[in-house]
Design a protein around this ligand. Structure first.
Ligand SMILES: Nc1ncnc2c1ncn2[C@@H]1O[C@H](COP(=O)(O)OP(=O)(O)OP(=O)(O)O)[C@@H](O)[C@H]1O
Ligand SMILES: [Mg+2]
Length: 339
């Protein structure tokens, strides 16, 4: 039986760009699917097709039991959407924005007012409720937009990068709101650049690249696919990176990843703590000074990197070392794709 959101072979082209190249998705009722992927992977296009804003060239989608292509109006009544870019009316106050949404959904005046007040409180906007939205900060706008998507608590919600631009405290609060929503039975498809967010909120994660779902599973299942533990070393001096890579290549069980910028090398290993001790002995024997060394389980970052071959925008070929190592590029300038 198809879930609350079901897509089969969605294709969408824009001129020469094949934005969606056969997207298949299934989101069981009452669960959260996290859609992950690098910039331009097709996340927003998927959301727009599923929310009737865009007509796919081919494929099929069913949302809340209704065929999206055949009955878009009916689908619209069962869904809520918070887009990648906040859509609020600048000249209305926060309160007026929310009340207007309520009225659009045929709520009575009193009910719309009460719901608006409740959401303003929940999203910490009560103090600014009666100021025009154009005076709001980026994070406040984002919160207002999300509140607007929740006015009528629809059974199926779509959120495209809901927490981009929010500070850590507001992100945390939004996570709580989302968890409450889902515990109340809402089905949610959310896209995010924050792997930690998908890890925290999503029951299932679908990794999208070049318009296709290239992997789907729980966070643990995806991590298991990427292999077991890895050793991570931060060397003190940049010119010892190559000799450290040699050591890791000899003792590790796969490709060594080098981040020149942070002087961090990572290699998959088997053998746990014993192997870690061996690495330390070997580095010490060669007089290589290290700032940090750790044994850790794969993170979603590793999954993402190994599946898509890059963080958000890979710049291959810049590694000084030319063995079988890969330069993962500086992860701090990739629009927060890897945290
Ligand atoms: N209206 C459009 N006209 C032309 N090309 C488009 C249009 N919308 C999307 N594209 C292209 O389709 C591809 C997928 O875009 P999409 O917005 O779905 O990516 P995304 O995964 O949401 O990326 P991001 O993480 O940057 O938000 C990109 O190559 C984009 O340039
Ligand atoms: Mg997008």
């Amino acid at each position: 039986m198809p879930g609350a959101i079901h897509a089969e072979g969605l294709v969408k082209t824009f001129g020469d760009v094949r934005a969606l190249d056969g997207v298949d998705l299934d989101v069981p009722e009452g669960t959260v699917l996290g859609l992950l992927g690098p910039n331009g992977a097709g996340k927003t296009t998927t959301v727009r097709c599923l929310t009737t804003l865009l007509r796919p060239d081919s494929g099929r989608a069913v949302v809340a039991g209704v065929d999206v292509l055949k009955h878009p109006d009916t689908v619209r009544r069962s869904i809520g959407l918070s887009g990648q870019f906040a859509a609020v009316d600048e000249y209305l106050t926060g309160r007026e924005n929310l009340q207007m949404v309520g009225r659009l959904y045929q709520m009575r005046g009193k009910a719309a007012k009460e719901r608006a007040a409740e959401l303003l409180e929940q999203f910490h906007l009560a103090d600014a409720a009666d100021r025009p939205a154009k005076t709001y900060s980026g994070g406040m706008r984002r919160r207002l937009d999300l509140a607007a998507a929740l006015v009528v608590s629809p059974p199926v919600m779509f959120m495209d990068e809901p927490t981009t631009g929010l500070d850590p405290r507001n992100r945390q609060q939004l996570w709580e709101v989302i968890q409450q929503l889902v515990s109340g039975g809402t089905t949610l498809l959310l896209t995010t650049q924050y792997l930690e967010e998908a890890d925290h909120l999503a029951h299932d994660i679908a990794v999208v690249d070049h318009g296709r779902v290239i992997a789907q599973g729980t966070s643990d299942q995806l991590k298991a696919r990427t292999g077991g533990e890895r050793v991570e070393v931060v060397v003190h001096e940049r010119d010892r990176i190559a000799s450290t890579a040699e050591v890791l290549r000899a003792l590790g069980k796969g490709e060594t990843t080098i981040d020149q910028h942070t002087r961090k090398l990572t290699v998959p290993v088997t053998g746990g703590a014993k192997l870690l001790a061996e690495v330390i002995r070997e580095l010490d024997g060669r007089g290589i000074e290290i700032d940090d060394i750790a044994l850790r389980r794969p993170t979603l970052d590793d999954v993402f990197l190994s599946l898509t071959g890059h963080t958000a925008e890979a710049r291959p070929g810049t590694a000084e070392d030319t063995g079988n190592t890969t330069d993962t590029t500086d992860t701090t300038d990739t629009e927060g794709a890897v945290k």
